[in-house]
Write a protein that binds this ligand. Structure first.
Ligand code: NAP
Length: 295
């Protein structure tokens, strides 16, 4: 437990609701490991109070904060500067001091990329397929464009939303072409990809007994394709369990969660190295607490 003093520096997360956020858990674990007199707090902020909260955090001398639902887009016009990366994603998840104001950026892209780049450096030819076309899918598209993928396929169930997703990249100088597809195209797309990413919440606890793909659909994947599920609970998801049973390598979303947090902490503390292993462990023991031995 961090002991607080008159000099304690504040970080935090704004959201509505914010009680479910795992950021206080992992960020405070990292701050304690670094021996810093800093603390990271949850700040519940109702949508109508966002502008006052953003100003208030500055007045209170907060050193930086994360932004979660429903404020990731709404916070953008309230900041003095928004990074080009966050503009491409269309969402800010990390805010830093900027002179006497705030600057917003997005660390989900870095968080998503970290476990991929640890596996191999070159993903440019992987012809990625994304399931889903919501907020997380946007960060994934920007990340895949950074990897040099020339085309990125997004698959969704609502044609109007898919078309809006496609239009949403206009004028953003994305270095990749985004194609959008109904679910029925999967038998054509899956044999060609080496990277399948689930960005839908299908299979997330407490509804962990479902998968966005049928086993027969998974079997269309080319051998050695990586199946990456952004969901971090349960571990593994049904999708990843079934992919493993068919011999595919898999990646769950916990590392992305830890790495986006580590990237934010690095920015606030202006340090290249932060204790990402401590952050990862804090999350792992939250989802899978060590059992007390009996007797
Ligand atoms: P979102 O904006 O609501 O988007 C969800 C997408 O999934 C939408 O395209 C939605 O399609 C689709 N979808 C929902 N239910 C579906 C179903 N039954 N069948 C097919 N498609 C379905 O949510 P998000 O913010 O992108 O988050 C999505 C998931 O990513 C969540 O599980 C979240 O926990 C995870 N995530 C993880 C991390 C991490 O750090 N690991 C970071 C961000 C997000 P419709 O629009 O047609 O409903």
């Amino acid at each position: 437990m961090t002991s607080l003093t008159g000099k304690t520096q504040l970080l935090g997360v704004i959201g509505h609701p914010v009680e479910h956020s795992l950021s206080p858990l992992m960020q405070n674990a990292a701050l304690a490991a670094l021996g810093l007199d800093w603390v990271y707090l949850p700040f519940p902020v109702a949508p109508g109070e966002l502008a006052d909260a953003v100003k208030g955090l500055k007045v209170l001398g907060v050193k930086g904060f994360n932004v979660t639902l429903p404020h990731k887009q709404a916070v953008m016009p309230l900041l003095a500067e928004v990074s080009p990366l966050a503009r491409q994603v269309g969402a800010v998840n990390t805010v830093l001091p900027f002179d006497s104001q705030w600057r917003g950026t997005n660390t989900d892209v870095e968080g998503f990329l970290a476990p991929l780049l640890e596996r191999q450096k070159n993903w440019a030819q992987c012809r990625p397929v994304i399931l889903g076309n919501g907020g997380a899918a946007r960060a994934v598209v920007v990340a895949l464009a950074q990897l040099g993928c020339p085309t990125i396929a997004a698959v969704g169930r609502d044609l109007a939303k898919l078309e809006a997703f496609h239009r949403g990249w206009r004028g953003l100088d994305l270095s990749a072409a985004v194609t959008v597809h109904p679910w029925e195209h999967l038998p054509l797309l899956l044999p060609q990809t080496r990277l399948l990413i689930n960005t839908t919440p299908v299979g997330m606890a407490p509804k962990g007994d479902v998968s966005p793909l049928k086993l027969e659909e998974l079997a269309f994947l080319s051998s050695q394709a990586l199946v990456y599920d952004l969901i971090y609970t349960p571990r593994p998801t049904r999708l990843l369990r079934e992919a493993e049973s068919l011999g595919f390598p898999t990646q769950d979303g916990l590392e992305m969660l830890a790495r986006q947090g580590a990237a934010a902490l690095g920015l606030w503390l202006n340090r290249e190295e932060v204790p990402v292993a401590v952050m990862r462990r804090a999350l792992e023991s939250h989802f899978d607490p060590p059992r007390l031995s009996e007797g």
